[in-house]
Design a binder for this molecule. Structure first.
Ligand code: SF4
Length: 209
């Protein structure tokens, strides 16, 4: 008998997409366990270790069950770092059901997958990312951490096509981070950098997961 492909998953839940340009859209999240970076400011540290083993069939069952009461058209793979896992078979099965796929990644890993929306968020200090995302990323989210400066924003802006939006996302919606985001946006405008805007974590304002 072929071996069942097993994924370690922290949670599967319906919500709205709170981040990036898809903000506000009904979405079912599949949060995979583990991360290769372990940022000090991470707001999903529980996903670094916690998780249960699911077969692809079990994930599909869970998604179908959720969609009976919450017929969202988008599935968002998040983490942790979802691309630590081989989600190829699962993404293909979800696409066959007519669903759209978003992947939220720190961009240090890449897999060839049938993804509709790559939302990438390179992390400090290096802000490294895989070159495959240069043309594929639909958006680049930069978390406004205490040490974020104009130079890091400028470097990222230069590396991605101008049509790719760069979003300054406040660290856990903190006031100091929003204030720094406004300051950096003004500096970016003065420096002639294009297609950079402020963002927010909408789900936290609505009290959702
Ligand atoms: S890359 Fe994302 S999930 Fe991983 S530790 Fe950093 S903030 Fe958390």
């Amino acid at each position: 008998m072929p071996q069942q492909h097993i994924l370690k998953i922290t949670e599967i839940f319906p919500s709205i997409q709170g981040e990036g340009l898809r903000q506000g859209e009904a979405t079912i999240f599949i949060r995979l366990s583990g991360c290769n970076l372990k940022c000090s400011f991470c707001d999903t540290k529980y996903a670094w270790e916690e998780g249960q083993q699911y077969s692809v069939a079990q994930v599909l069952d869970e998604v179908r069950k959720i969609r009976k009461g919450f017929p969202a058209r988008w599935i968002c793979f998040t983490g942790g770092e979802p691309l630590l896992h081989d989600i190829g078979g699962l993404t293909k099965s979800l696409k066959k059901e007519g669903l759209k796929i978003q992947v939220e990644t720190n961009a240090t890993l890449y897999r060839t997958l049938p993804v509709d929306w790559y939302s990438i968020s390179p992390k400090p200090e290096s802000y490294d990312y895989r070159p495959e995302y240069r043309e594929r990323a639909k958006e680049v989210k930069i978390i406004v951490t205490k040490n974020l400066d104009l130079e890091s924003i400028r470097r990222l802006r230069m590396r991605f096509p101008e049509k790719t939006p760069i979003l300054l996302q406040p660290q856990s919606n903190r006031k100091w981070s929003m204030a720094l985001g406004i300051k950096l946006l003004r500096q970016a405008l003065k420096a002639g950098l294009r297609n950079i805007s402020l963002s927010v974590q909408l789900h936290k304002i609505y009290g959702l997961r």
